[in-house]
Design a protein around this ligand. Structure first.
Ligand code: CP
Length: 315
């Protein structure tokens, strides 16, 4: 694996290997006063973010630093992108400075793949940086899906025979697409639950079930993943209204009680409490958003390790 641009870059075995590697990093760091491994000493990792982020950018930075990489953060708002520099010239510049990995978030679907193509063309002595998709438009967010899968494996023990509901703004969600691909690859059943206006056309061709009535699905789920409503990607407002959405699709305390007791509640964050998830539901013992965030560091360590050190190396 040269890059991680999509869940399609993984096989079932390589996905499980990344989850196992993440667990090994978690175990290696557990209880350590000094969280520093020499794994990526001398390597330079750059985050290049053209959209806002708290979790993804910070956890990639921590992942790199805990493995002793030099980590540089470039954000569109404070870079020469604001002066009109193109994505291609930005990538070429960071490549020339010496990036071993470029972690790219961009509002345009496919931008990280294009960066990988450009940097391959510009390779110095045949060496080009590994490119990791940190979320591109409405396309994919593969490391988010991996950390969600790790959290589900922690809580449920595995994926076979498990039914996972992904709820809400599916049409704008790169998280939904990456999770649908990964969780079905790992053996789970996935049901996408949304109002028809927020369900992508052709979603039933993703190897998942499509549903519109949240209440009838909840009792049969082992996990429910609530998605953020992405107002920034809706130019003309959205239908249903925010109020109607919260009433029909928000995970209220009443709806939480309709889930089986063992069911896990996931949210990729940032959460809009009171809209897609109730205030108390987000803090309930069934809810795993902070476990997801913590697992994100270990998953991103595993991805950086596999891309920069190699397939055969043992963490
Ligand atoms: N889940 C996620 O991508 O969060 P951020 O936008 O804060 O990175």
């Amino acid at each position: 694996m040269k890059h991680l641009l999509s869940i399609g870059d993984l096989t079932r075995d390589s996905a499980v290997d990344l989850l196992d590697e993440a667990d090994r990093f978690k175990a290696a760091l557990l209880g350590r006063e000094v969280r520093k491994l020499p794994t990526l000493r001398g390597r330079t990792v750059m985050t290049v973010f053209f959209e806002n982020s708290t979790r993804t950018r910070a956890s990639f930075e921590v992942a790199g630093k805990w493995m002793s990489a030099d980590v540089i953060n470039v954000s569109a708002g404070t870079s020469s992108v604001r002066k009109g520099e193109s994505l291609r010239d930005t990538a070429a510049t960071l490549h020339a400075i010496g990036a071993d990995a470029l972690i790219v978030r961009h509002p345009a679907s496919g931008a990280p793949r294009q960066v990988a193509r450009w940097t391959a063309e510009m390779a110095h002595d045949g060496v080009a940086p590994a490119v990791i998709n940190a979320g591109d438009g409405t396309h994919e967010h593969p490391t988010q899906a991996l950390l969600d899968a790790l959290t589900l494996r922690d809580r449920l023990g595995g994926f076979e025979g498990r039914r996972v509901g992904i709820v809400g703004d599916i049409v704008h969600s790169r998280v939904a697409r990456s999770n649908a691909l990964l969780l079905t690859m790992l053996g789970a059943e996935v049901v996408l639950i949304a109002p028809p206006t927020l369900m992508p056309l052709g979603a039933d061709g993703w190897g998942v079930t499509v549903a519109h009535d949240l209440d009838s699905e909840l009792p049969g789920l082992d996990a429910v993943m609530m998605l953020r409503v992405q107002a920034e990607r809706m130019r003309g407002g959205f239908f249903p209204s925010a109020r109607e959405y919260a009433i029909r699709y928000g995970l209220s305390e009443t709806r939480r009680r309709m889930l089986p007791e063992h069911a896990v509640i996931l949210h990729p964050g940032p959460m809009l409490r009171g809209m897609e998830i109730g205030y108390s539901v987000a803090d309930s013992p069934q809810a795993a958003p902070l476990q997801q965030v913590a697992n994100g560091v270990h998953v991103r360590m595993a991805v950086l390790f596999r891309l920069l050190v190699g397939e055969q190396a043992d963490g």
